[in-house]
Design a protein around this ligand. Sequence first.
Ligand SMILES: Cc1cc2nc3c(=O)[nH]c(=O)nc-3n(C[C@H](O)[C@H](O)[C@H](O)COP(=O)(O)O)c2cc1C
Length: 488
Amino acid sequence: MGDSLFSPLAVRGVTFRNRIAMAPMCQYSAEDGLANDWHLVHLGSRAVGGAGLVILEATAVEARGRISPGDTGIWKDEQIGPLARIASFVRAQGAAAGIQLAHAGRKASTRRPWEGSGAIPENEGGWPTVAPSPAPFRPEDPAPAELSVAEIHSIVEAFAAGARRALAAGFDVAEIHGAHGYLIHQFLSPLSNYRQDQYGGTFDIRMLVALEATEAVRGAWPESRPLFLRISATDWMEGGWTPEESVELARRVKPLGVDLVDCSSGGSSAHAKVPLSPGYQVPFAERIRKEAGILTGAVGLIIEPRQANEIIREGKADMVLLAREFLRNPYFALHAARELKAAVKPPVQYVRSFPAYTKIAVPRTRARKGRCNTAPARPPDTYCFFAVNSVVVGSPPPRPGRVTFSFISLPATVPSYLVVILPFCVSRTTSKVTVLPDTLPFEIGCAAGAPPPPPPRPPMPPLTEPVTVAPSALSSMVTGRGVPSRPG
Ligand SMILES: Cc1cc2nc3c(=O)[nH]c(=O)nc-3n(C[C@H](O)[C@H](O)[C@H](O)COP(=O)(O)O)c2cc1C
């Protein structure tokens, strides 16, 4: 116990402002691997929405490693510029910018989801795929070519080159994609790796590509920046990769410089039966965290602020990653902060709409009916808003001067009131939001707009019929003492 969803997390030289990450999600919207405005808005809006970390989708370290023709790529220098624009914007919003380095192996060259499913034939723009062993993912897919040892080395080097470009683009976090049945997972899992050489066979040998890619990326990635590894903690298949092996893999990558294991599952076999339920992969994050002594991320059907908060508070993971919920609600983190009454800073442009909270404990002796003891003296042209706990007592409409409110009665055993304060001033003349100096050191995460304008007058009902006015009534109409009546 101790940390919660909005506790910052420091990993190496990066401090995440909270524990909420947007999970990598392919957008299938790049051309020739180049990110574009779609990616900027997609990722940027989740950073605006308060996420602590925003991770760019599976980004291919080789062109043939793209899942679809629309994947982002990082196999050539031209791809750095558009990525740099995104990383810079995300960071400017106070979120850390992450990128997932990926190679799809035998699951490459597939259609964008909205264009059907399955492999793209070569005569329609598909390309030959590669894998540890020449077995397709689905029987109807073309068989991948078995990678030679030299090709494996060159892919490992492509991961390192991708990390160098990610660094040039300004990302804070690199995540190696070792999950969901893609190339690194294909080497790990006995369901897809039948090799008889130095890269296939026992568990130790199947792990080699994951370890070599980790070493290569860490070598290209500064000591000051976090490195994550996403794994599928289980194949959910008899004879497949297991949670025990995941714990052991986590133990081995930790000394190689992986800081956090992002615990997903599945993807090796189309026949796997995945027991979907809220937080269904959290137990993997919890187990790996405890048994391998490494930070973990929990992902999968995490959709509620309280659910996410409990995962962190109960020590089941160090970070939660949300995917689909972030597609539905880009401002999940800001809404979660409001629900959990955590201090949060919305973008300055949005402060009028996002009240945030500062919590302080007011000793019983200072809490009394009447004026708020903490209300500061203010210049006359400012307003100050206050709210108290979840029960707002007193009214906090915008008005100058101190705000009067009373406290609810607490049992005598409770030593202090938890007061949630929204302290800020809005200049009447300039609408400028000012932090109230004498409320410091409380963190100010909030502001609101100037007083609302008066409600508009209801419109007069239209006259549908002619009105006859007696000459004697005209004088009272002109002086405002009478109105014409409608004909009865
Ligand atoms: C549209 C979409 C694209 C995805 N692309 C990726 C990806 O690029 N890399 C990855 O590791 N997982 C990817 N995933 C999986 C998510 O990161 C996440 O693990 C999964 O959706 C479960 O989390 P959720 O229940 O919060 O959606 C994708 C999921 C979705 C919905």
